[in-house]
Design a protein around this ligand. Sequence first.
Ligand SMILES: Nc1ncnc2c1ncn2[C@@H]1O[C@H](COP(=O)(O)OP(=O)(O)OP(=O)(O)O)[C@@H](O)[C@H]1O
Ligand SMILES: [Mg+2]
Length: 250
Amino acid sequence: MSAILETHGLGVAIGGVRILSDVSLSVRRGEIMAVLGPNGAGKTTLFNLLTGLRRPSAGRIVLNGTDITGAPVFRRARLGLVRSFQITSLFPSLTVLENARLAAQVHLGGSLALWRRVRPTDAAVAMARAALETVGIAEYADEPAGSLSHGAKRKLEVALAIVGKPAVLLLDEPTAGMSAEDVPELTEVIRRVRDRHGTTILLVEHRMDVAIGLADRMAVMHHGTLLACDTPDAVMADPLVQSAYLGEAL
Ligand SMILES: Nc1ncnc2c1ncn2[C@@H]1O[C@H](COP(=O)(O)OP(=O)(O)OP(=O)(O)O)[C@@H](O)[C@H]1O
Ligand SMILES: [Mg+2]
């Protein structure tokens, strides 16, 4: 399997403090990779570098053969690298379908002027409906987004992110704050997105059982470095990984 997303010697310092050092990661096309690590390990910082919210002080990022190290957020999105929307980006009084349709409109329409009335197009509505169907919330299409349960809102977030069928989807703690009984459905949605569209998915996940159940491979970070990247079995058996987690627990 070829790599769709690679980092080469990625590093970043914030205020003179080294946050990430020499992170070289190769994500294969179509895989689900979980990024694990204790609090403060640098997982979100890595995601910020990948999506362009923060610039690295060292190293390179390559997406599908294109160097995107210095590319702005919107260009990365155009090239197919998308991060899940946060719940705060939902419009609670608009319907579920309208929220998804706006996301589709952004994808189709180039620049977005949300303050202008955006004329709905059939293409955008079709994309929106398809995304809602993929994540399993089509039945709520006409409900206000604000009325959805917490679990359904998380699915809508995923729907907004996948409306343009991105090549790579980044999810930072998709199950955070979810009750244990809602988690299996969301993990099923994530797997379905990959299986239906071949989307490569990189997710930060604190729940070890979720990561192990979902991921083809797991990357473990510790103090800003990449400690291991391998199958769940191999990673769990890695003495370096074990000591990193035990070290944090002491
Ligand atoms: N804007 C910032 N300014 C200063 N330090 C920062 C900033 N952002 C992150 N850090 C530091 O960088 C380190 C990595 O943070 P990061 O948020 O990437 O960790 P994380 O692995 O996502 O942790 P968590 O599991 O708690 O979400 C931490 O020590 C954090 O304090
Ligand atoms: Mg984080």
